[in-house]
Design a protein around this ligand. Structure first.
Ligand SMILES: Cc1cc2nc3c(=O)[nH]c(=O)nc-3n(C[C@H](O)[C@H](O)[C@H](O)COP(=O)(O)O)c2cc1C
Length: 374
């Protein structure tokens, strides 16, 4: 459902979101002293810069255990529902997502939390549904992480169906499912304006992609190679249409090192993501994400290790403003509706990106200049 007034549905051909600012280190697994300190004050300052610049959304990561190393990468994490609520109350235009692990929040509590957030943000709330992958976190909660993806997403589907039913039911209902048996379920308030908030999911397995095709407005997927990316976008959109008669947009995720010259950008990239990478944390992250597979050729593995240090393995946008804008245009041409962006230090670096790269995207017809905020 296309919801009027939510920036995720504005007219910009290439939408941009800030990813992971609620987590220490953001997406850069580095020891440099300017690495991201995910304090509330920094998050608030960042949200205001992003809102003014016309960035469409903020997307947090729900992380419960850090990755160790000397920085304990993503060890200090602002909880995403409370974080997003406070940011919705402090901003005017952008959409703020909360990220919910289906297994860690009861759907009745979740439905009310999200509806409350939607009230606070006057329809600017967005939901990222995570059905689970990080075993140590499940162990910490004392919950089993099913080894089969089908079981994880079956649970996620039932959870999501309950949340949706609460949002759309005026009368109490009973629920007799495989995972939940509930009596006289009811929730008010509902999301604002009789519409549903935008929903995203980032499954990469067949089951995860099917979940997104069935339920989400946006699927987020990692881009490694442009040709594969184009095929992914086509097949995801095609599956949503064929299986569920739904339209879905596909986003990717990227990190930015933008400097006045390409040389400066590359030198800084080398500095923070190689010389001063937090390698033990990089290796733990890759191990948990299942990338220590023998099927990886050594060159690709080396590339990925460096990409994980630089930006959690996502697509690099490294160069001067022209090069970064050209790469973003390439992402758009592949068929992506947008991408998330991250920086080593978001507050220090987003203003330069906004001043230099956004006007170039406007000149390419990919975005419109943001109107001033009141
Ligand atoms: C943009 C993006 C955001 C994600 N956010 C989170 C998150 O906040 N917490 C989390 O545990 N997993 C997160 N994930 C992981 C996905 O939800 C998903 O589990 C992962 O991509 C693997 O897909 P699969 O579950 O189909 O194997 C994210 C992934 C991406 C690409």
């Amino acid at each position: 459902m296309r919801r009027p007034g939510n920036a995720m549905f504005n007219a910009n051909k290439l939408k941009l979101g800030i990813f992971s600012p609620n987590c220490s280190g953001g997406m850069a697994v580095t020891t440099v002293p300017e690495r991201w300190d995910a304090s509330w004050d920094h998050n608030l300052a960042l949200a205001k810069i992003a809102d003014k610049a016309g960035i469409e959304f903020l997307l947090p990561i729900a992380r419960w255990i850090g990755y160790g190393g000397s920085t304990n990468f993503q060890g200090h994490v602002l909880e995403t529902i409370t974080w997003a609520t406070a940011l919705l109350a402090s901003t005017q235009r952008l959409s703020v997502f909360a990220t919910a692990h289906t297994a860690f929040t009861h759907p009745i509590v979740a439905a009310k939390q999200f509806a409350t957030m939607d009230q606070v943000g006057h329809g600017r709330f967005g939901l990222n549904v995570v059905c689970g992958w990080n075993k140590p976190e499940y162990d910490m909660f004392g919950l089993p992480l099913p080894s089969e993806h089908a079981a994880r997403y079956a649970f996620g589907q039932e959870w999501f169906d309950i949340v949706n039913k609460i949002w759309q039911s005026d009368a109490p209902f009973d629920w007799d499912g495989a995972f939940f048996k509930l009596k006289h379920v009811y929730g008010a308030p509902k999301p604002v304006g009789g519409t549903l908030p935008p929903v995203m999911n980032a499954g990469s397995s067949a089951e995860g992609r099917d979940f997104a095709a069935r339920n989400a407005d946006f699927l987020f997927t990692v881009l490694v190679d442009p040709e594969q990316g184009r095929k992914d976008v086509e097949s995801i959109k095609g599956d949503a249409k064929a299986r569920y008669s739904r339209d879905i947009d596909v986003f990717t995720t990227s990190y930015v090192v933008c400097r006045p010259t390409a040389k400066e950008a590359q030198e800084y990239h080398e500095h923070y993501a190689n010389t001063y990478a937090d390698w033990p944390a990089v290796d733990r992250l890759m191990e948990l994400q299942g990338l220590h597979a023998k099927s990886f050729p050594p060159e690709a593995f080396k590339l990925f290790r460096n990409r994980f240090a630089a930006g959690h393995g996502v697509y690099p946008l490294v160069g001067d403003p022209d090069q970064v804008a050209d790469e973003l245009a390439k992402i758009s041409n592949i068929g992506f509706a947008g991408t998330t962006i991250t920086f080593v230090n978001y507050v220090d670096e987003l203003p330069y990106f906004a001043a230099e790269v956004l006007p170039r995207l406007e000149a390419k017809g990919l975005r419109q200049k943001a109107a001033p905020l009141s």
